[in-house]
Write a protein that binds this ligand. Structure first.
Ligand SMILES: [Zn+2]
Length: 246
């Protein structure tokens, strides 16, 4: 290499560390949100699938009940036809009375079955409509899942790789940061909403917008030591390349 170069100062390293930590945190949250979305899609499909199966069972049971009633109704109607024919041939008064009574009972039975069957037809219709609706919704959820799942899985994979890389990078930086500064950084990070190092611009702390005392400001610009903002207790970082004009 050759030429002049300066090693990054501790505060520069902490700035880099914080950048890596912020990316790590954002990527970790994005992975969690993608995985959450995937789980939601799966769960919505599963629940709809259970509801559709239940509707199918109901529909099928009603179909069985309809066929059963139709069969019994047909038997009763044939029987009544037969008994009515018989009535015309009976000459004995007592037998005629019994036969007519039987016809009346059959008529009653048929009327009951017909009204029952009417109800079942209505239930079958309602169940069929419900089932068709649920099947449509299930298909919609399957399509939605299919459309999103691949992209979500790709995102999770891609971010997972980035997270691995950043963890390595984090370890690398940590290896060069002073131990006590590192623990102080971690402490401030957890207490101050994920921002431990802030820039000072135009003599103002960018973390809390308070003016830094002039003497401290001069010390910060020397970049030799890590100073804390007297107001928000964050580590202060001065960037010489930033404009001081405005
Ligand atoms: Zn501050």
């Amino acid at each position: 290499m050759g030429g002049r170069f300066t090693l990054p100062s501790q505060i520069d390293l902490l700035v880099q560390l914080q950048e890596v930590d912020q990316v790590l945190r954002a990527n970790t949250q994005a992975v969690e949100s993608s995985e959450g979305r995937l789980a939601d899609l799966e769960e919505a499909y599963r629940l709809k699938s259970v509801a559709t199966d239940e509707a199918r069972t109901t529909s099928s049971a009603l179909g069985t009940r309809q066929r059963d009633l139709e069969g019994r109704l047909q038997v009763a109607e044939e029987k009544m036809k037969d008994r009515r024919m018989r009535v015309t041939r009976i000459r004995n008064d007592k037998e005629l009375g019994l036969a007519r009574r039987e016809v009346d009972l059959l008529k009653e039975e048929i009327t009951t079955m017909e009204s029952e069957l009417q109800q079942v037809y209505e239930q079958v219709e309602a169940a069929t409509t419900a089932l068709v609706g649920l099947e449509g919704e299930l298909k919609g959820l399957a399509d939605e899942r299919e459309a999103e799942a691949l992209a979500l899985k790709e995102t999770v994979e891609r971010l997972g790789e980035a997270i691995e890389r950043d963890r390595g990078r984090r370890q690398q930086i940590l290896g060069t940061v002073d131990e006590s500064l590192r623990s102080r950084y971690e402490m401030i990070l957890s207490r101050r909403g994920g921002v431990a190092v802030v820039a000072v611009r135009n003599g103002t702390c960018e973390g809390c917008r308070m003016r830094v005392p002039p003497q401290l400001y001069n010390q910060i610009q020397r970049n030799e030591q890590v100073f804390l903002c007297p107001s928000c207790q964050r580590m202060l970082h001065w960037r010489p390349e930033q404009s001081e004009a405005s």
